[in-house]
Design a protein around this ligand. Structure first.
Ligand code: NAP
Length: 398
């Protein structure tokens, strides 16, 4: 990617602009109109929210999920006198992520739907701010190869991976041993069910599962936090981002969510990144990297926090975390199968079709039944994603 002159304006596409990360990204961008302009904004179906964003940020292009949504958005924009070009569908998402006028892509679509446009941005050599961990979990080496061959830049937005990135030496060569790194320590809040009696978990409701104690997030990632599948996906994400093997990545429960993650070095040093739990910090860090800009997040008051606690995760309480380690160790398309089964299970739980404890059972059953294979092309990955979804649905609605 060409080096930008200091002070020049970065043109940004936000994939998933109406979501939790998308809205936080626009909040940071609005604080720095001299630095950032919007090329594209995308949503799936929330057209009113997208129309309001278009009116405020005047993107060149807006993309939605269907012809019907595009028609509604057109009408809303015409009524407001906004001349944003409206597109819809998967190809339009890839086009807005790889357009020559766009420098930087915030990848913040939730789930596997984010893979094709994020990969398109990687192939087009963009600066990618990666929130959509599912894309990297599914495509792994293929995504990393696309970044390397196009010269794209990949910056992590997940608060844990952004913290690790901040604690690593520069330049980092994706090899922990080469830099004297003993372990990556991924912190986890433990979610809303850290202390709830395990034998009552089968009865928890979607409302209880999405009520995260520290973070305000979208519904899917909130359920993933309650099962700790989110941490499992993050273990796989850390593997690909930092070149660390499964046994070099430890998960540590830290209920205060003040330390966002740590890197432990062979000399006994542990470097940590701390801050208030607000995604605008990693978003501002990645947007401005290697500079620093204000994010709107207040400085942390450590005296008020007073205590930092840690404990090891319990795989009996959080079997999804173990399933993710197993998928990483199995390799090939196993993480894509895990991810697809999880997406189906979480949606079904949110729709009240299955109970909370069925989530891990369903994923385990799909992983045991569907053999994984080498992932040599993206079509292999998407094919296994489809098969895993079909199998998972067949167990829910036989
Ligand atoms: N929220 C956080 O604090 C956080 C932290 C770290 C990482 N992440 C990751 O960031 C990603 C986004 O999370 P979020 O919490 O912001 O999710 P969210 O609030 O549910 O927002 C998801 C966004 O993706 C769009 N979308 C949904 N389905 C789509 C589809 N099939 N095709 C195209 N677009 C689609 C949504 O559009 P509509 O609004 O129109 O439905 C929305 O803009 C996830 O991968 C998550 O794991 C989130």
């Amino acid at each position: 990617m060409a080096v930008r002159e200091y002070g020049s304006v970065q043109h940004i596409t936000i994939l998933g602009a109406t979501g939790s990360i998308g809205v936080s990204t626009l909040d940071v961008i609005a604080r720095h109109p001299d630095r950032y302009a919007i090329h594209g904004l995308t949503a799936h179906s929330r057209v009113e929210e997208l129309a309001a964003q278009c009116e405020r940020f005047l993107p060149k292009v807006a993309v939605v999920g269907s012809a019907n949504a595009a028609q509604r958005l057109q009408a809303l924009l015409a009524a407001r006198g906004v001349r944003t070009q409206v597109e819809y569908g998967a190809e339009a998402l890839c086009a807005v992520a790889s357009a020559p006028e766009c420098d930087t892509v915030m990848a913040a679509i939730v789930g596997a739907a984010g893979l094709p446009p994020t990969l398109a941005a990687a192939r087009a050599g963009k600066k990618i701010l990666l929130a959509n961990k599912e894309a990297l979990v599914m495509s792994g080496q293929l995504f990393i190869d696309a970044i390397a061959s196009s010269g794209a830049t990949l910056l992590p937005i997940d608060s844990e991976h952004n913290a690790i990135f901040q604690c690593l030496p520069r330049p980092y060569q994706r090899s922990p041993a080469q830099h004297g790194i003993a372990k990556i320590l991924l912190t986890a809040s433990g979610g809303p069910f850290l202390t709830r009696a395990v034998d009552t978990l089968a009865a928890v409701t979607p409302e209880e599962a999405v009520a995260h104690p520290n973070w305000v997030m979208g519904r899917k990632i909130s359920v993933d936090s309650a099962t700790m599948m989110n941490k499992g996906l993050e273990v796989i994400e850390a593997h690909w981002l930092f070149g660390a093997s499964a046994n070099q990545i430890d998960v540590l429960i830290h209920p205060q969510s003040v330390i966002h993650s740590m890197v432990s070095y062979v000399d006994g040093s542990v470097l940590a990144q701390l801050g208030n739990p607000d995604m605008r910090t990693p978003i501002a860090h990645a947007l401005a990297y290697p500079e620093r800009i204000a994010s709107g997040v207040s400085q942390i008051d450590l005296a008020a926090v007073a205590q930092l606690c840690f404990e090891r995760p319990d795989f009996d309480r959080f079997p999804c975390l173990k399933l993710a380690y197993d998928a990483l160790t199995a390799g090939g398309t196993a993480p894509a199968i895990l991810n697809a089964a999880n997406e189906v299970a979480v949606q079904s739980f949110l729709n009240r079709e299955i109970g909370f404890r069925m989530i891990d059972q369903l994923i385990a059953r799909v992983m045991d039944t569907l053999p994984h294979r080498e992932a040599t092309t993206i079509d292999d990955v998407l094919d296994q994603d489809r098969s895993a979804r079909e199998l998972a649905y067949s167990y829910i609605q036989p």
